[in-house]
Design a protein around this ligand. Structure first.
Ligand SMILES: [Zn+2]
Length: 98
């Protein structure tokens, strides 16, 4: 038996709060907005984390969110950043870690 890809059933994004995702296996995870912003998976933010530099501003909020199917979700942030795509796998890990 193969493990099905992590597919979201419902995605609820709250601009200044974060997001709630219910996955196909009925697991619900909540990820707060600061965690989402600081874990941006793009190369730029990864590099900042590697150098122990701050990622994102003090009060991140989501300006726009675009679903990319099975891939994940792309956020546009109030600091103008919009290059990262958070995979569903990442969202799930962040939600389960919190
Ligand atoms: Zn980034």
């Amino acid at each position: 038996m193969t493990i099905p890809a992590l597919e979201p059933l419902t995605v609820d994004v709250r601009r200044t709060m974060g997001m709630t995702v219910v996955f196909a296996d009925d697991v619900e995870v909540n990820v707060d907005v600061i965690t989402l912003r600081t874990h941006c998976p793009c190369a730029d933010c990864r590099g900042r984390r590697d150098r122990n530099q701050p990622v994102g501003g003090d009060a991140p909020s989501i300006v726009n969110a675009e679903l990319h199917g099975a891939l994940g979700i792309a956020f546009e942030w109030n600091d103008g950043h919009s290059t990262g795509i958070h995979s569903w796998q990442l969202i799930r890990q962040l939600g389960e870690a919190s």
